[in-house]
Structure formats: C-alpha cells, structure tokens
Ligand binder design. Structure first.
Ligand code: NAP
Length: 290
C-alpha cells in the first residue's frame, strides 16, 4: 500500500510560492498578508490557526490572528470583517470554523469580500466553482485534487465516491472531480446501505468527521482512499478511516495518513490561495496606475 503523504506535495507548493516571491522581492512588491479570525479558545482551532501563521512566517507572508471571545456578537464579528475588507494591506481573510452556535456562519462568511475570500466560501465564489472559473479553489478539496495529481492518480473516467456533503469539503469536491472527468457519487448521513456499495469505487474520499467510521477492507481491492477526517480523541488525531495496516495493507492501493495527509495540504493550499488573491490585487493596482 502506498502512503500518500502530504508533506512532499506541500513542499513543492511552498517551493513554487518562494520562487514567485523571489520575483516580487526584486520588483519590491509587497508580500501577501493573511488575516485569520479565531473565535474562542477551542484547542483544535487554536492549533490550526497557529500552524497557518507559522507557514505564513516560513514563506515570508505577513499575517495576523485576530482572537476574539465566544461572547462576541455576530454584528461585532461582521464589523471586524468589514474593517478587514476595507484594509488595503489585507489580501486574504479566513474565519476559522466552527463558530459558536449563536452565530450564523453563513451570514458571517458572506460578509467577506469575495476578492479576499481565501477559502472560497462566499456564495459568489462557491457559485464560480460551478461555472469552472473560481478565483481560488477551496483549500481542502483543492488539496485533495493536488495530492491526487502529485501521486499520478488520474480520476478521469474513474468511479469516485465522496462520503460527506459539507460546503467546506464534499460539495466543492464534487465539482473539482467532475471537472477532471470523474464519475462522482455522493453519500451522506441519510444514504442507505452505504457499506454494500463501497466496493464499486476506484477512489473514495471520506469526510464525515467520525473517527474510524470506515475501514480499508470495506473498499474495493486496489482502491485509493483519501481520508479528509481529523478527529481528536484520547488516542490523539484519528481519521475517518481506520488505519488498518494488517488487513487493509494488502487490500487497497493507496491511502492518505492522518495526521500527515490532507490536513497538510489544506495549509499549503491556503498559502497558494493567499498568494493568488494578493497577485490579483497587485495586478489590479498596476492596471489602475498604467
Ligand atoms: P460536517 O460539516 O460535519 O459534515 C459531515 C458530513 O458527513 C455531512 O455531510 C454528513 O451528512 C456526513 N456524514 C456524517 N456521518 C456519516 C455517516 N456515518 N455516513 C455517511 N455520511 C455521514 O464535517 P466537515 O466540515 O465536512 O468535516 C468532515 C471531516 O473532515 C472532519 O473530521 C473535519 O475535521 C475534517 N476536515 C479536515 C480538513 C483538513 O484540513 N484535513 C478540513 C476540513 C474538515 P449530512 O449532510 O446528512 O449531515
């Protein structure tokens, strides 16, 4: 079984970014800036935003984490975003999810200027995925696609299953896979008899948010398994698929590890998107000046 690690793919993306920024440096163009808003003190979310900030530092981006308490009102949170929208130094805005239940995540995300929406979560940008022309692609689904490409796993004509239909992972992934000519099936919590259908798929992407909800032996022989899940338990981080190295090892062709798989890619794609949006904004200014 091939282990599809995220690190080599992330390193390649980082190298490409650094190469591009070397050119920016020569032309004295201001490096990208990412603003991340963290509501509350959820330990997992705190770790994620710190990793994002560390990666920004590594690449020379400027960044800030705006930490606010869970007591913040939706209006106050939206006002922070409105200020960031107006701030010409800010290229990308990311609201770390989940938000407290008292706040409408949809309304908050909708406040982000689509031109600064680094995770492609506004309705305008999600809609652009359907037409095939998004400004940037959502970080996790595009990280999955980048990983498949890196490991020469073609999806064209393949039967691909996505288990999970969230707007962050499953739904955009449907369209990114369709664009690459995969035949896509989607399963969710209301799907009946999922287990009996799993052996029909060449590639399975699992994003249900339930530790070890599936195991390798349930999939087709020689399947590729992309485990998007990140679950925290007393055993540490676990995926949605049991990392079964005994029974599963000889059964499937390849799988992403957790940790060290898709999660690594999400951060790399966030950097790629921040650079892309910064580039759009810099080019827009240059066009205005000329
Ligand atoms: P979510 O919003 O809770 O969505 C979960 C989806 O899974 C829903 O569509 C749900 O169906 C479906 N589902 C739940 N249990 C199921 C089951 N037993 N069988 C089939 N479908 C089931 O979660 P999410 O935000 O997409 O995240 C999913 C997982 O990915 C989590 O572990 C999360 O931490 C992880 N994640 C990782 C990254 C990364 O960087 N690697 C990024 C984002 C998320 P319904 O729609 O019917 O409720």
């Amino acid at each position: 079984m091939i282990i599809l690690k995220g690190a080599p793919v992330s390193q390649k993306i980082q190298a490409d970014i650094l190469q591009e920024l070397a050119g920016w440096n020569l032309r004295k163009i201001k490096f990208p800036h990412l603003s991340v808003i963290l509501v509350g003190e959820d330990p997992a979310s705190s770790i994620y935003v710190t990793r994002k900030e560390d990666m920004c530092k590594k690449l020379g981006f400027s960044s800030e984490i705006i930490r606010v308490s869970t007591g913040i009102s939706q209006r106050e949170l939206q006002n922070i975003i409105i200020d960031l929208n107006k701030n010409s130094s800010v290229d990308g805005i990311l609201v770390q999810l989940p938000l407290p239940v008292s706040i409408s995540a949809r309304e908050v995300l909708e406040t982000i200027d689509p031109l600064k929406d680094v995770d492609c979560l506004t309705e305008k940008n999600l809609g652009k995925i359907l037409t095939g022309h998004p400004l940037v692609q959502p970080c996790t689904p595009s990280g999955v696609m980048e990983m498949l490409k890196h490991y020469n796993i073609s999806v064209q004509g393949k039967n691909v299953a996505i288990i999970g239909r969230s707007l962050i992972v499953g739904v955009p992934l449907i369209h990114l896979l369709l664009k690459e000519n995969a035949s896509v099936s989607v399963f969710h919590s209301k799907s009946e008899k999922i287990e009996s259908q799993l052996k029909n798929f060449d590639i399975v992407c699992v994003a249900v948010g339930k530790s070890h909800a599936f195991k390798y032996s349930q999939f087709k022989h020689d399947a590729v398994v992309i485990d998007v899940g990140i679950n925290r338990s007393s055993k540490g981080l676990t995926g949605d698929v049991l990392n079964d190295m005994t029974e599963g090892k000889n059964h499937i062709k390849a799988a992403t590890p957790v940790p060290g798989g898709v999660g690594v890619m999400t951060i790399a794609m966030l950097m790629k998107n921040t650079l892309a949006l910064a580039k759009l904004r810099r080019n827009a200014y240059e066009n205005l000046e000329s």
